[in-house]
Design a protein around this ligand. Structure first.
Ligand code: MRU
Length: 358
């Protein structure tokens, strides 16, 4: 997608054997790219959320393995690299999916062939992500088109967090249908949940939609229910970090509340799901998916652009008030209208997932 009219991806290999990323902790006020030169740089970028979003976390981990294999490609080094990267963030299953895919390709190879093979495989994972997202965009477009044909007015779509191109290599998952419909000329407008505490909606989704000229409005996380009661939301599309084999969806904290409000108001609630985000080993999302807990300071403090042009961090809460910071929640399958996958729309239940996605 484009930044100031110039095509960018979120991650790319450099000619001299490093990897570059867009530093997402600096957006929306500064556009800065960063160079990753080692597996430790990749692990840090994932943990500190310079890159974030389930698919991009997976691709960064794959490149992290490739960076590591350049220097140490023994079995022990491969094992240590995979172990370290896997611990960077716990919830998005794409991280484990990408690491296991790298391990499966590299383990059988002689040590001296591993570095080249790792770069190639990481590149394939990145390309596959783009293809998947474009296909999700095409399938999601049909859902948006159907609403537009019925309504013959602007389609209002609510999204939570950032599941746009910044969360993937390109296009995004939840935003891919939106970009595809926008390019097809369907009039649409996006309600962007700010997504406390890290404000991925207000900072990242709003920024990327603005870059592409997609009409949007940022709302506080609590506004969605009110808008739905007043027929201001035609559909919800969110991304996901892990989906169980029964269709329970784990996504950014607050997603569940949007699903409840959508259910109560008869608003379709869609989840854009690349198949690498499906965790076949799990049945009960609430009980089994590990929920990341991050530093409480992400709740007690915020950063922003001040009127004097400086970016500053301020404290919101009384000094000493305890805070807790859950990163994700689980939306039970019964609240999900459908999973928009690269293979088409799939109902969020075990039978449909098995029949269409195995
Ligand atoms: O903590 P984050 O910013 O990595 O969380 C991101 C989300 O929850 C996204 O909705 C999800 O990863 C889907 S991204 C295509």
């Amino acid at each position: 997608m484009k930044v100031n009219g110039i095509p960018f991806r979120t991650i790319w290999p450099t000619a001299d054997g490093a990897v570059e990323i867009i530093d997402q902790t600096r957006l929306p006020h500064e556009f800065v790219t960063l160079r990753l030169e080692s597996m430790r740089d990749a692990e840090f970028a994932i943990r500190e959320m310079q890159v974030r979003g389930a698919p991009l976390i997976g691709v960064t981990a794959a490149y992290g393995v490739a960076l590591s294999m350049r220097h140490h490609a023994s079995d022990a080094a491969l094992q240590a690299t995979c172990d370290m990267l896997a611990k960077a963030r716990p919830t998005a299953v794409n991280l484990h999916w990408a690491i296991e895919r790298m391990r499966a390709v590299l383990s059988p190879l002689p040590v001296n062939m591993r570095a080249d093979a790792a770069w190639q495989e990481a590149g394939r994972i990145a390309e596959q992500d783009v293809q998947i997202n474009q296909a999700i965009g095409r399938h999601g477009l049909e859902l948006i088109r159907a609403i537009h044909q019925q309504k013959n007015e602007t389609v209002n779509i609510l999204t939570h967090c950032n599941a746009g191109w910044l969360a993937t290599v390109d296009w995004g998952t939840a935003l891919a249908p939106i970009y595809t419909a926008f390019e097809a000329g369907i009039p649409l407008h996006v309600w962007v949940d700010e997504t406390r505490p890290r404000n991925q909606g207000a900072s990242l989704t709003a920024w990327e939609l603005a870059q592409h000229g997609v009409p949007h409005t940022v709302i506080v996380d609590n506004a969605g229910g009110h808008l739905m009661q007043h027929a201001q939301v035609d559909m919800v599309i969110v991304g996901c970090d892990r989906v169980t084999s029964t269709g329970d969806v784990c996504n950014k904290i607050g997603t569940y509340l949007k699903a409840l409000a959508a259910f109560d108001n008869g608003v379709p609630f869609y989840v854009a799901m690349p198949t690498p985000t499906l965790d076949w080993t799990l049945q009960d999302g609430v009980q089994e998916i590990p929920i990341e807990e991050r530093d409480a300071e992400e709740v007690t403090h915020v950063s922003g652009l001040c009127d004097d042009g400086q970016i500053r961090r301020v404290q919101l809460t009384p000094k000493g008030s305890p805070a807790v910071n859950y990163g994700f929640d689980v939306t039970p399958a019964r609240l999900v209208t459908g999973l928009i996958t690269e293979r088409g729309l799939v109902a969020a239940n075990a039978d449909a997932i098995r029949a269409q996605l195995i």
